[in-house]
Design a protein around this ligand. Structure first.
Ligand SMILES: C[S@@+](CC[C@H](N)C(=O)[O-])C[C@H]1O[C@@H](n2cnc3c(N)ncnc32)[C@H](O)[C@@H]1O
Length: 258
């Protein structure tokens, strides 16, 4: 039997998570690792809920010693029944949180004068792929990830896919590609073989949608069309795999490891 206070807490949290999924300035973090990266990269976290505090603190001890006290202080503990009411997905780590999104203006991201590449994903359709791109882009420390098309790049499934690394770099949706002051490189299996030495530092690296690849409009605007070489018979790489291969070929060259 639950107490009136527990019932009040369950109703409050259920409402809070329901509302957060509908508010464009908030994002629900599904799992421990998205919470860890959100806190580590300075996100404003509104609430942390777990149905297994021992497991959560074990993960904190193993993967986020720097954040153990903060996570413990924020956590609200609920029963598994209440935890399951908080959203459509039940993370196996037993942790869900709500954070404020980092708002980035895509025009300002494009204007960033740091000597770092910027990723453009044209209409990505697979939110797990989108998250995986953001994760590798954060690891390589690029200037940001911009997307076009129907999906919100801050969808909770994409944030789960990036393990919360959306908070480590600018991630924004772009309605239309404006005039550019940086070279535009289109990645397409039919392009010229990639030479990482010929990728200018501030390039905009464009990758196409999973099924159809880059649009003709974008290919027409590109300064170069580049491919990752593949064995005959293989038609293309996965979107996130191709972004990772390109970024690390450029990164390893720059660091003298290739
Ligand atoms: C799954 S692929 C799209 C496949 C699509 N049928 C095509 O032929 O373009 C998604 C995106 O990954 C990138 N990509 C995949 N394989 C590539 C390769 N070998 N070289 C360069 N880019 C590649 C491209 O940007 C492509 O638009």
């Amino acid at each position: 039997m639950s107490t009136p206070a527990e019932r009040e807490k369950a109703a409050r949290l259920t409402r809070q998570f329901h509302d957060a999924r509908r508010q464009s300035e908030l994002v629900v973090l599904e799992g421990f690792h998205p919470l860890k990266h959100a806190l580590r990269f300075g996100a404003r976290v509104e609430c942390v809920v777990t149905d297994d505090a021992d497991h959560m603190m074990g993960l904190a001890g193993e993967f986020a010693e720097d954040l153990t006290a903060e996570i413990q202080a924020r956590a609200e503990i609920v029963t598994q029944k209440v935890f399951r009411q908080l959203g459509p997905y039940e993370p196996h780590t037993g942790v869900v949180s709500i954070a404020h999104r980092t708002v980035s203006d895509p025009v300002e991201v494009l204007a960033d004068d740091r000597a770092a590449p910027l990723i453009l994903l044209e209409d990505p359709r697979h939110r797990g792929n989108l998250g995986a791109v953001i994760r590798v882009a954060a690891a390589v420390d690029v200037a940001g990830v911009l997307t076009t098309g129907t999906y919100d790049p801050w969808d909770p499934v994409a944030v789960r896919g990036s393990a919360g690394l959306h908070f480590a770099l600018p991630v924004a949706h772009l309605q239309q590609l404006p005039q550019l002051d940086r070279p535009l490189l289109a990645f397409d299996p039919r392009g010229e073989p990639l030479d990482p030495r010929r990728v200018p530092a501030r390039s905009l690296l464009a990758f196409g949608t999973e099924r159809h690849g880059l649009s003709d409009e974008l290919l027409d605007r590109a300064d170069a069309c580049v491919s990752l070489p593949m064995r005959p018979g293989v038609s293309s790489l996965n979107l996130a795999t191709s972004v990772a291969a390109v970024l690390y070929s450029v990164r390893l060259l720059a660091s003298g490891s290739a």
